[in-house]
Design a protein around this ligand. Structure first.
Ligand code: DX5
Ligand code: ZN
Length: 216
């Protein structure tokens, strides 16, 4: 199991984006998590590619892009142009998930598939050997600062069993409601990558909070 931390920029102070990214660069975090929303797949809109181009220029950490949009395959090229490390698409947004996963990998990025809280881990049985990471939502996507759904812990354990039985080395990432307490439980359950938005950006010392999450 890996122990990675990916702060989510959604909870940053957008009026001070440059200093927020300088904090990310200074910290022990592994990736920067970027949430793109369309107001259709989720009931909110975040930021788009013009903003992310500036973020990508300033940030020296690998970018983990989470698309909460319908038809995410339309934007593979834009995400690739950002220089993203990984591109996460929702299973619920991709009827032709296998094709999308292949296209993301052909574009030179790690392919991540994401499950909403009500989508079972069993949806992954026929794709697990094709993906690089699986992200489980521990909240309904669209907003930062929501409460962690405890059933996610059972899903992490089930996903860990699926990964072991398939013999793959897929990373397990969890997004939503992650803080020191839920993060510890998630690590115990077998989570490789903790995504944390408000826990990091609303703390008094974000660099220290990242260090704490890293050492859970
Ligand atoms: C929610 C986003 C998350 C969000 C997490 O839809 O995908 O990445 O930033 O925020 P917290 O950690 O505050 O739940
Ligand atoms: Zn996210």
């Amino acid at each position: 199991m890996k122990k990675l931390v990916a702060p989510s920029l959604l909870s940053a102070d957008f009026g001070n984006l440059k200093s927020e990214i300088e904090m990310i660069n200074r910290s022990e975090c592994d990736w920067l998590h970027l949430d793109i929303m369309d107001g259709v797949f989720v009931p909110n809109i975040s930021f788009g590619f013009p903003v992310l181009e500036s973020v990508a220029r300033l940030c020296c950490k690998p970018l983990d892009v989470h698309l909460m949009i319908v038809q995410p395959e339309k934007f593979i090229h834009e995400v690739q142009t950002l220089g993203a490390y990984s591109m996460n698409v929702h299973v619920e947004a991709c009827p032709h998930l296998h094709r999308v996963v292949q296209q993301i990998k052909e574009a030179g990025m790690k392919a991540g598939v994401t499950l909403n809280p009500a989508t079972p881990v069993s949806m992954l049985v026929d794709i697990i050997n094709d993906v690089d990471l699986v992200m489980l939502m521990a909240v309904n996507p669209g907003f930062g600062g929501q409460r962690f759904i405890p059933h996610t812990l059972d899903k992490v354990r089930e996903l860990r069993r699926l990964i072991e039985s398939s013999g793959s080395d897929v990373l397990i990432e969890v997004d939503g409601g992650v803080n020191r307490e839920t993060g510890r439980l998630l690590r115990e359950a077998g989570t490789d990558v903790l995504v944390a938005g408000s826990a990091v950006f609303q703390s008094t010392d974000a660099v220290d909070e990242i260090r704490v999450l890293k050492n859970l």
